[in-house]
Design a protein around this ligand. Structure first.
Ligand code: R1P
Ligand code: URA
Length: 269
């Protein structure tokens, strides 16, 4: 993409299918420009209620979000608003599957500390790596308050008053070890990690893999970026209950519509 190809109002999602679904709500009387990159980014730029918007599917993880925020900021003039609409796992009893989690209280960040695992590098080595904490837990980064409030209002307006769980999210650098999934095939030292996450972030409701980087780069950018995030809770990690496929598709579609309405309505100054 080059200068001018992206709108100042951006939605970012993980999957190409979700991006397409949201772009189906674009004004049909106006042109939608689509671009698929060889690195797996899929972009739709068009209009919603006569306002220019872009939806970008970026795939998974913190590096892809880093590419998205920095490279879109490089080719857009003026203020930007960005909303992530993703999926996540619920890590609190009041974050059941099939609700939409609004990260209005911000996002935490948990990453594996490789130096806590160096005793596995060489057989017979006596390094004291176990003295290190196996996971680094960063300070919470806030979301944009105005954008988050509007997003919550519009999701409730389309999906109903009880559709939203508010709180904070925790972004992890892995779907597995740093989200406390136990795998005997790897040394992960992560038993009880969800409890440690709650000690650090008492109102954490969800875990996923991109939101913190979006919020952090929005705050660290020298040019204006407003950022917010909402995610479909696809499973609850405490009781192992899982959403059904039909509900995911409905929430991607209707929640995506609410996200699109929000990005078109937010004031950019
Ligand atoms: C993992 O399955 C992926 O799903 C979540 C995570 O953040 C990660 O990207 O979000 P998306 O559905 O937006 O990809
Ligand atoms: N995405 C994640 O990163 N974690 C989950 O538990 C579900 C979706």
């Amino acid at each position: 993409l080059k200068h001018g190809d992206l709108a100042n109002r951006l939605i970012t999602v993980g999957s190409a299918g979700r991006a397409k679904m949201i772009s189906n709500y674009f004004d049909q009387s106006k042109e939608t420009v689509t671009h698929t990159s060889s690195r797996g980014f899929v972009t739709y730029t068009g209009y919603y209620n006569d306002v220019r918007v872009s939806v970008v599917a970026i795939g998974m993880g913190i590096s892809m979000m880093d590419f998205f925020v920095r490279e879109s900021r490089a080719i857009i003039d003026g203020p930007i608003a960005m909303i992530r609409y993703g999926t996540c796992g619920g890590i609190a009893t009041d974050a059941p599957h099939s609700k939409i989690a609004l990260a209005n209280k911000g996002s935490g960040y948990i990453i594996r500390n490789p130096d806590a695992f160096t005793q596995y590098y060489h057989s017979g080595s006596n390094t004291q790596s176990h003295q290190q904490n196996p996971y680094h837990v960063a300070q919470m980064c806030p979301a944009d308050e105005e954008l988050s409030t509007l997003l919550g209002k519009n999701i409730r307006g389309i999906l109903g008053p009880d559709s939203v769980v508010e709180g904070s999210n925790v972004t992890a650098d892995s779907f597995y070890c740093s989200q406390a999934r136990i795998d005997d095939r790897f040394h992960d030292d992560n038993v009880g990690l969800i409890n440690k996450i709650h000690q650090h972030y008492p109102d954490a409701k969800t875990m996923e893999m991109e939101t913190f980087i979006l919020f952090h780069l929005a705050k660290c950018c020298t040019l204006p970026i407003k950022a917010a995030a909402a995610t479909i809770i696809v499973a609850n990690r405490l009781d192992n209950s899982v959403i059904d496929e039909e509900t995911i598709v409905r929430l991607e579609d209707q929640g995506g519509h609410a996200v699109l309405k929000t990005i078109s309505e937010i004031k950019l100054e």
